[in-house]
Design a protein around this ligand. Sequence first.
Ligand code: 6R9
Length: 660
Amino acid sequence: MSETDSLKQESRMFEPPADLARNAAISGMEGYRTLCAEAERDYEGFWARLANENLAWHKPFTKTLDESAAPFYKWFEDGQLNVSYNCLDRNLQNGNAGKTAVIFEADDGKVTRVTYQELHDKVCQVANGLKSLGVKKGDRVVIYMPMSVEGIAAMQACARIGATHSVVFGGFSAKSLQERIIDAGAVAVVTADEQVRGGKQLPLKAIVDEAIGMGGCEHLKSVVVYRRTGGNVAMQAGRDLWLHDVTANQPATCEPEFVGAEHPLFILYTSGSTGKPKGVQHSSGGYLLWAMLTMKWTFDIKPDDIFWCTADIGWVTGHTYIAYGPLAIGATQIVFEGVPTYPNAGRFWDMIARHKATIFYTAPTAIRSLIKASEADANVHPKNFDLSSLRILGSVGEPINPEAWMWYYKNVGREKCPIVDTFWQTETGGHMITPLPGATPMVPGSCTLPLPGIMAAVVDETGNDLPNGQGGILVVKRPWPSMIRTIWGDPERFKKSYFPEELGGTLYLAGDGSIRNEKTGYFTITGRIDDVLNVSGHRMGTMEIESALVAHPLVAESAVVGKPDETTGESICAFVVLKRARPEGDEAKQIAKELRDWVGKEIGPIAKPKEIRFGDNLPKTRSGKIMRRLLRVLAKGEQITQDVSTLENPAILDQLKQAQ
Ligand code: 6R9
């Protein structure tokens, strides 16, 4: 039985705990339906009410939604606000000044607590520091930082002065970093001397130097370096400064720069099906509104909760559910520098127990790897830890298979914590389809129903609605406040990628397939419908990896496909044709290693193919199209049952069958 079949037949339902449901922000399916009905009755009125109730506006908005330049939608456009003011100052006024905002746990276990007042002061000093370097409203700042209070402060500081940040994940290579610095036209980079994960150091500042050394970064004026380890770094006079020097004599207050609601808060690069990564541009007002509301609705956050999202600030989950959402709502959150397997695979459970985490939000790939680890070593099994503080669990990044769901539910949540399986994307800014912990009966492997105000649907290739039970394309029918505004510098690509003419031009195309259950109407995500892979919850474009491979002097041609993987969801399998004779044996192994390292340098270690197979050619149609469909079958190690008569060179399939 395939995974899709097993999902279709999944019928176990788990009700939310009654006491949780009673006190939840959205209580019971009644509560859910009431909000959905309000959105349907008066869409703009619904969003206007929420925006007025939840955000502190410097100047109120008079128009909710402007559709005149669709699909370039504008929300709350004439309203003015400051995101950092909403996240920090508001908490000082609300009596949260002394409340812990961040419980930071370093890789080595050292814990630091930061109150809202302290975080506010730090952010203001960084903001003043950036201003002293000439960074101003509208400038772009690249942040290449480890998980740290300083990383969050750098993001908030940009928001405070109206600069647009672009965080680049610490695992990306110098080349990827350089491309992003150039594309964003950044005037400053904020980085650290080194990043520490799992006891190992990664030299971030040296990678920044290498990136700039590649050229094209003339617009970059300053590199600000947070001293994390004290490791040796080269500082270039006139360009590089220590963060502690930049902030040393700065006041702990900084007048926020009030910006229009549509002002770009950040750009975050993500992989698409073609070409180079896309700079997803987000707004200030609409984005923050949804970050806050989903903290309330999906996580049912309460003043005493200890929230822990294990994502990295380099991904959208770390933006919305670390840097912005929890602060905007005045929560206490855990921020973790390290990895789940260091010093051992009990680290997450141990941290939950020590910090008494109440809401825990992680990725299926982490769960699956911790299941494996606890099977190998009983000491790291969650049953050895006091997890009684937990009340809600969450999952994000990829579909969670029912087996992993059940394990998470039983062993971590002890059958009393609802699991919110949150489907969303870099482009959506926040959760889209997810159970509500105090309302939605859960089905393992299904993200259940769209949040109120999110008009998700399943359609066919021409944009027509499909009945429940029939798989199709996932779309969103109406714009929503936290949606992507454009692709930085490429509005045409934005239109083509997300509002394609084939679907009529008005539906937002998520890029995922979905099917709704016939009885419940619940959505199940069936995976990407484009050439985007999901490896450990990280999005990778197959074209990106192929371009990296063919940039190697030995490579003539390559095709990259995904292969189902028990732990990482999908793994990368590359079929490669060299400019010389096809290598075999040890030589093949050695070249494969060289190519893997090459891709690591071109994009980053996360993009390294797990498997590389060499052929004299690739399977192509007579018109020269690579038959990826066949490559996917070969990668899985399955027999080809499809008709291959249209192939130019069927003999090649035998050669590509074998993993080297
Ligand atoms: C937040 C985030 C987005 C892609 C998305 C989909 C997959 C994310 C999921 C899920 C099934 C879930 N995805 N959450 N699939 N169930 N709960 O992950 O953003 O990195 O942009 O990835 O991830 O394929 O299209 P991003």
